[in-house]
Design a protein around this ligand. Structure first.
Ligand code: FAD
Length: 499
């Protein structure tokens, strides 16, 4: 991101610049927001980090940066047919029984063969798939990205594969990721902000579990030598849970070591491709059973490829985890000491029920914050930390959220600190087909915004759609703000057509 020249189209959209930002700047923490932009769903408290940085609040009352009151302006780039489909799909996915029914169909034998299969596939394609996915192949994805680009947004291209269990599957998936980089370079310059990789698709799951066990045990017992371990940043903090590994694991077998070498080679090839194309690679986060190994791969690659001010490999921090903030601070400090510019994507996290069930089955407390409020606070604190960091030094941050309050808080903070499109260190991101109001609101205020866009044939992407439905049940139900905005604009267009 940092090395890319800002295209005139984006410059044209800048609604503020560092000069105006400085004149209106106060040093309120991220958790400060004008009362008009705080709702009762998020009542942020000053954190330890914020207390340390807090200065007296300014008496100036700034108008809110993000404006959602004019739905006509917000949805102007969206055609009525697209808005109708989106509204219908988002409303359907907000209803628990509809989600259950859709998931039952997608998992059932109906999608395996026969005439019914074609019928079911066609309806999935016309509804969920077209709303949440960028297309079946590179050409489709390209068209979706061009549309996004025309309306001022960018795309994060996600080759829609799920976990791999053997080397053949990993090799196949790698080809898909490499192809994704090729697709990105063939599209208009700067229209793809990131290529996404799932480490679970290029390293067999079993091996990721074994490596995570060994890394956890080394954290418990630093005398354990891991001969395969390269330079990395800290993977655990004092508060990190280690309960997944109950007894000392055996070392990797020669076969496992050779599989690890293959996985290293795959990631190296992908990173080199991204360096050549100058497109950052964003590593998705998964559940805690395998996340230590994913962080290990991410950080060891970042040490090799992230140079000067330009992070190529980005990691993901899930702020619903109790140890997230401590880990972020620790890792960022170590990266700074090693002069490795680090980029992070901050998310809340998508494996809540899985994490709680696993911890409970082993007799431990959930690693997830006890309340949703604590998760919101952790996300906002981590955003604040990263925004301060990138305002004053190297590093980048992607704030991946649909939460309107977090978006408003971060936008206000970035504005105060003079961070925006001008320095390319901050990107907001939402899933394709979700939270269009927030995406356009942020973009209209002058920020870089990307949509996370999976692509691939319908049957290949079904597991992705299932995961989204399952993991985001709460999220989809919480998309009320979005639904309300879309309904308002559809109503307005209907009236305009009739009268
Ligand atoms: C671009 C992008 C990339 C993403 N990449 C990843 C990834 O790599 N890995 C990953 O795990 N997820 C990823 N996600 C999904 C993300 O983690 C969230 O599941 C999703 O975005 C919802 O969070 P939100 O910030 O949008 O906030 P909100 O809309 O406010 O969602 C809040 C939801 O958080 C959940 N929640 C979290 N903590 C608690 C708690 N303590 N108590 C109760 N509920 C809680 C609930 O389901 C709740 O509905 C990504 C999301 C986006 C937009």
């Amino acid at each position: 991101m940092a090395t890319r020249v800002i295209p005139p189209r984006i410059l044209k959209n800048i609604r503020y610049n560092t000069a105006t930002a400085t004149t209106t700047a106060t040093t309120k923490p991220l958790n400060y927001a004008h009362p008009s932009i705080i709702s009762s769903s998020v009542v942020p408290q000053p954190s330890l980090y914020d207390k340390a940085n807090q200065k007296p609040p300014s008496t100036t009352v700034n108008p809110p940066l993000l404006k959602f009151d004019d739905a006509e302006k917000l949805f102007a780039p969206v055609s009525t047919s697209k808005l109708l489909r989106s509204t219908a799909v988002i409303h359907a996915t907000a209803m628990g029984p509809m989600v259950d029914f859709g998931m039952w169909i997608m998992k059932s034998k109906l999608v395996q063969k026969g005439v019914l299969k074609d019928l079911v596939m066609a309806s999935i394609k016309k509804t969920f798939y077209e709303n949440f996915c960028a297309g079946e192949d590179a050409a489709d994805a390209g068209r979706s990205i061009r549309w996004l680009n025309d309306v001022g947004l960018r795309g994060m291209l996600v080759y829609g594969v799920e976990d791999a269990h053997d080397n053949e599957g990993c090799d196949r998936n790698l080809k898909g990721f490499i192809h994704t980089v090729d697709v990105s370079t063939s599209l208009p310059y700067n229209s793809v902000s990131f290529v996404i990789v799932k480490i679970t698709a290029i390293c067999p799951m079993k091996l990721l579990e074994r490596m995570s066990d060994l890394l956890r045990w080394q954290q418990k017992d630093p005398s354990l030598i891991l001969p395969w371990k390269q330079d990395s940043l800290p993977i655990f903090a004092e508060s990190s849970p280690l309960y997944h590994t109950q007894k000392r694991p055996n070392p990797l077998t020669p076969e496992e070591e050779s599989d690890l070498e293959l996985a290293n080679q795959r990631l190296l090839e992908l990173c080199q491709k991204c360096v050549q194309a100058n497109i950052p690679l964003l590593v998705d986060a998964e559940h805690t059973t395998v996340q230590p190994a994913i962080d290990y791969f991410t950080y060891s690659s970042a040490i090799i490829h992230n140079k000067d001010e330009n992070p190529i490999v980005f990691g993901t921090i899930q702020t619903y985890l109790k140890d997230a903030k401590e880990r972020l601070l620790l890792t960022a400090k170590a990266a700074e000491k090693m002069r490795v510019p680090m980029g992070y994507k901050l998310v809340r996290g998508a494996y809540m029920s899985l994490e709680s069930k696993l911890a409970q089955s082993l007799g431990y407390a959930s690693p997830i914050h006890n309340t949703i409020h604590a998760t919101h606070k952790c996300f906002n604190d981590c955003s604040s930390f990263m925004l301060h960091k990138i305002a004053n030094g190297p590093g980048n941050v992607v704030l991946a959220t649909h939460n309107v309050e977090s978006g408003k808080l971060a936008a206000a903070k970035a504005h105060e600190l003079g961070i925006g499109k001008v320095n390319h260190k901050l990107e907001f991101a939402q899933l394709y087909g979700m939270s269009e109001g927030l995406s356009f609101g942020l973009s209209n205020a002058g920020f870089q915004v990307s949509k996370y866009m999976p692509f691939g044939p319908v049957d290949m992407v079904i597991p992705y759609l299932l995961r989204r439905a399952e993991e985001n049940r709460g999220l989809l139900a919480a998309s009320g703000f979005d639904r309300q905005l879309m309904r308002k604009e559809l109503g307005r267009r209907l009236k305009a057509a009739v009268f």
